[in-house]
Ligand binder design. Structure first.
Ligand code: AGP
Length: 609
């Protein structure tokens, strides 16, 4: 998830562009750069590292010019290097581009352009676009861009400048967000409002397949056929602190709502022609993966809950024995591990001390280590033998939300990939499972847009100090995650249990002061048993909040509150089921006037033992 800003006006572009990038740093970055046009020459400065590191290496103040583009990169195609950082330019140094998104057909375009004599400096998909525009340039940067876009498949938010036409700034959007900011004698483009709110609160939200041609005094919006479109001008009424949260009161709520996009970006480029394609991200080839006879997953906290869900997926579908270990236990237990063991380490930050120590222990014992990480270039992602990134973008809220659901997505992708290699599922079944996976972002979007009264249900917790979360099968880790979310942001003591465990102790706790959330989505195995568990709670005067499958009328007769989720595959329903639990925790915290982004005693990454 990269950040883009562009400026055209009478002021010095470089300062405005760099300041704007710093307001997008929540989008994450591993490199950044700026391009301005001065006296019909392209100036580009870029480097790897965090913004404050780059700022010390490059003197952006020396970059003159009143038009420019800038970019902070969260690498998708091509490693984190200076050459792969944006902006990119053509071989004649006349056209420069910044891009957020994924060009699906970049390889074939690149081969075609190389045959025509274009020379590439980077491994990125983005650089193909600037060469394609140059290849079509015939005196109009707008026309050349339009012709290039007609040949591109994929998602993009683009900022483009041309040394021959310094009075223009071009923007184009398909899937990746891009806005136009309208100033007085100056205009802007940006990935998100925070980057330009300091200069204007009048914005136009570009829609898919739309292009904007900006001069310092005018903005024209066109469709990809060049026809002018009239767009509404929105007025943003946020203060700048709110702007960084894109209008949400807290990062936690913003990140809960970012999950559909985070899942889409995590899926991007990993499903091709009905198959899962992870080969170029793994260091084990198919033969080596077939030889793996045991998987151990190590993690902490929320990532450990994802690991438990991953165990269910891998054993159920890929038929591989899996054990899940707290990283802090694994590292001191002298575990039995060898070269036929795959150790998977899951970590949002990629810096959790116990998880890092666990993979070092595993590598000492010749296990192959795969990491599932969100933070690019973090220690765990570098020290593991390979890494499958979640593309959730930086997670600012201490309570992990979008990182968790994208961890489940990566585990599901890896499960299907292994199922195919090990023939534990036939191709038809895998294609069907992939089809259901592709629908998940939209199902989650529906869940988040329709107000299902979760805020009202959260009122239950106002005067409560204890809570229980129950689930069976893959919903047991979801119950654990719901309990962790509630306790870490609202300070209500909450426990998660396998629903069947009720009778072995926890049922002694049940009364009207112990709200019980029950994950009761329909599955072939345990749904009826879960109904029985709900009856047990009700029989003792407990309050039951059920998370159920859309259309299930039976559950409405016995639960006090029901939150429905869209009907989908049982395994995938667990990814949807966690969303109401995240929202319950968020509202329970705000009802108590607590700041869910900064819970007491907690830090975002536990880099100490
Ligand atoms: C989750 O909401 C917590 N913030 C915490 O349990 C976290 O999941 C745990 O510290 C592991 O962090 P990691 O994923 O960055 O390794």
């Amino acid at each position: 998830m990269c950040g883009i800003i562009g400026y055209i006006g009478s002021r010095k572009a470089a300062n405005i562009l760099w300041d704007g990038l710093k307001r997008l740093e929540y989008r994450g970055y591993d490199s950044a750069g700026i391009c301005t046009i001065n006296n019909n020459h392209i100036l580009i400065e870029k480097d790897v590292g965090k913004l404050e590191e780059i700022q010390n290496k490059i003197n952006f103040n020396s970059m003159n010019g009143n038009v420019g583009i800038s970019h902070c990169r969260w690498a998708t195609h091509g490693k984190v290097t200076k050459e792969n950082a944006h902006p990119h330019c053509d071989n004649n140094n006349k056209i420069s581009i910044v891009h957020n998104g994924i060009i699906e057909n970049f390889q074939e375009l690149k081969e075609r352009l190389i045959k025509k004599g274009h020379k590439f400096k980077s491994m990125t998909d983005t650089e193909v676009v600037v060469h394609l525009i140059a290849d079509n340039y015939n005196g109009s940067i707008e026309e050349a861009t339009r012709k290039a876009l007609k040949q591109i498949d994929g998602s993009y938010a683009l900022g483009i400048v041309c040394a021959n036409e310094p009075d223009k700034l071009i923007a184009a959007r398909n899937e990746s967000p891009l806005i136009v900011g309208l100033g007085e004698g100056e205009n802007f483009i940006a990935s998100d409002v925070p980057a330009i709110l300091k200069h204007t609160n009048k914005v136009i939200y570009l829609d898919n397949n739309e292009m904007a041609v900006l001069t310092k005094d005018n903005v024209t919006i066109k469709n990809n056929n060049g026809e002018i479109i009239h767009k509404k001008i929105a007025e943003i009424d946020w203060d700048s602190e709110l702007a960084e949260k894109a209008g949400y009161r807290h990062f936690m709520l913003k990140e809960i709502h970012e999950q559909p996009r985070a899942i889409t970006e995590t899926l991007n480029g990993r499903i091709e022609n009905g198959n899962i394609n992870l080969a170029n991200e793994l260091n084990l080839n198919e033969g080596e993966l077939k030889r793996i006879n045991r998987i151990i997953i190590v993690a902490c906290g929320t990532s450990w809950h994802a690991a438990l869900a991953g165990e269910f997926m891998l054993e159920e579908l890929a038929k591989i024995p899996v054990e899940v270990e707290y990283a802090s236990e694994f590292r001191y237990r002298n575990p039995i591990v060898n070269e036929d063991t795959l150790v998977i380490a899951i970590s949002q930050s990629g810096e959790t001390a116990d998880t890092l120590a666990a993979i070092r222990e595993a590598k000492k014992k010749n296990a192959n280590v795969l990491s599932i990480v969100n933070a690019k270039g973090s220690s765990i992602s570098r020290e593991a033998d390979s890494v499958l990134y979640t593309y959730a973008g930086p997670e600012i809220g201490v309570a992990s939300t979008k990182a968790f659901t994208t961890q489940l997505i990566v585990l599901y992708l890896f499960t299907l990939y292994m199922s195919n290699i090990r023939n534990s599922l036939n191709k038809e079944t895998i294609r069907d499972l992939i089809g259901k996976l592709r629908k998940l972002p939209l199902e989650m979007e529906t869940l988040l847009t329709e107000d299902k009264g979760i805020k009202k249900i959260a009122d239950i917790y106002k005067d409560k100090n204890n809570a229980l979360f129950l689930g069976r099968g893959i919903n047991f880790p979801i119950a654990l995650e719901g309990a962790l979310k509630l306790k870490e942001v609202s300070y209500i003591h909450a426990e998660g249990y396998p629903a069947a465990e009720m009778k072995h102790g926890p049922i002694a706790l049940i009364d009207k002061n112990m709200p019980v959330v029950v994950l009761a989505t329909k599955d072939v195995y345990t749904y009826k048993k879960v109904l029985g568990n709900i009856q047990e709670v009700k029989a003792r005067g407990g309050i039951v909040i059920a998370i159920a499958t859309e259309g299930d009328e039976e559950i409405r007769k016995i639960a006090d509150y029901v939150f429905y989720i869209p009907r989908t595959l049982y395994i995938l329903s667990s990814i949807l089921s966690v969303v109401p639990l995240q929202l319950l925790a968020y509202y329970a915290a705000t009802d108590r006037n607590l700041d869910p982004d900064k819970p007491r005693n907690l830090s975002k990454s536990v880099t100490v033992e």
